[in-house]
Design a protein around this ligand. Structure first.
Ligand SMILES: [Zn+2]
Length: 329
């Protein structure tokens, strides 16, 4: 709540600053594009930044809204960052309730002539967790149901990028936005998009193969970011925190998580790159699980940046981690 008030105050100062110094005018001048002027883009979650760079190639310059390692669910841009975003040409965000700041900021940016792109626009979101669970957990309906309530809160799951097939739709929306912004390079954007699409299809096949070859289907993860893998690949996530890492489990839920993990003979616990959780440490000790790393791609670490990781390299590491987690050894 405190941070929300802070954001509101930032917004007010932000609009005062902008109206005071006539940034709008300067911007129009600079928008008369010379042939090699790059489209300046701000993107939120890492996959959107990566896809935009891959599709836009040399015609775009993409900056991340999120600094390295942050909890992307709760991060809010500073006043300085908001000003830089207002000077950009395009703002790309996930939507579906992921970025808490996006609705207010989007309106503000639109009034500054920034093209605002909601990557999940028009996507059919939400998955049938409930159906999958009741099938699997018949005889334990009550148990499964209370777990469900904790993890879903009736909200839409915003973690669509975790599914390579849904990521094709995200990439497609980005491609369309770039073509609209800069029709002169339509052909390049279309070509680059095709490459991204082909690679995403490959990752999907690699993922499906790993899961199909495994008897074990349950994975224990630090927050419920993997619901779309349940639907796509039949993986069952036992999540410690809810859709957002700040939704920590109650005592009762903690007990259920431990029971579920034991029942399904879970041997590994998957820690995420930007989530630290004492509860997860407690559960690890309680069930004697071995630790593995899983990357939710929400924000990247400094190491990822240094190693020039991209969506595909990170997803392939995730597939290997899942392979180990499902090995049951
Ligand atoms: Zn998340």
């Amino acid at each position: 709540m405190k941070s929300f008030i802070y954001l509101c105050i930032s917004m007010i100062i932000f609009s005062l600053v902008l109206s005071g110094c006539g940034t709008g005018e300067n911007k129009q001048e600079s928008e008369e594009k010379s042939e090699d002027k790059k489209i300046q883009v701000y993107a939120t979650i890492f996959p959107l930044k990566d896809f935009t760079e891959k599709i836009g190639g040399k015609h775009v310059e993409v900056k991340s809204v999120y600094p390295a390692n942050v909890d992307a669910h709760s991060y809010e841009p500073t006043l300085k960052e908001l000003k830089s975003m207002a000077d950009a040409d395009m703002f790309i965000y996930n939507g579906a309730g992921f970025e808490g700041f996006s609705d207010k900021v989007s309106e503000m940016l639109k009034s500054e002539d920034v093209t605002v792109v909601k990557a999940t626009e028009g996507m059919d979101l939400g998955h049938e967790n409930e159906a999958a669970h009741s099938e699997e957990e018949h005889g334990h309906e009550e148990e499964a149901h209370s777990e469900e309530q904790h993890h879903d809160h009736g909200d839409t799951d915003p973690h669509v990028w975790i599914d390579p097939v849904l990521s094709i739709e995200l990439a497609h929306t980005i491609k369309d936005a770039l073509v609209k912004e800069d029709p002169a390079h339509k052909e390049t954007y279309e070509e680059n998009y095709k490459k991204v699409e082909a690679e995403l299809k490959k990752v999907d096949q690699e993922f499906a193969k790993i899961v199909n070859e495994s008897k074990q289907k349950h994975v224990l993860v630090s927050h419920a970011a993997y619901g779309y893998w349940e639907e796509r690949y039949g993986i069952k996530q036992i999540a410690i925190a809810g859709l957002s890492p700040t939704q920590e489990p109650s005592q009762k839920q903690l007990k259920e998580i431990i029971e579920q993990s034991k029942k399904h003979d879970v041997k590994y616990i998957l820690f995420e790159q930007n989530v630290s959780s004492t509860v997860a440490d407690i559960i690890q000790t309680e069930i004697g699980a071995k630790p593995l790393s899983l990357h939710n791609l929400e924000s990247v670490t400094k190491e990822d940046i240094n190693n020039k990781e991209d969506y595909f390299s990170i997803m392939r590491k995730n597939i290997q981690a899942i392979k180990t987690a499902l090995s049951g050894k």
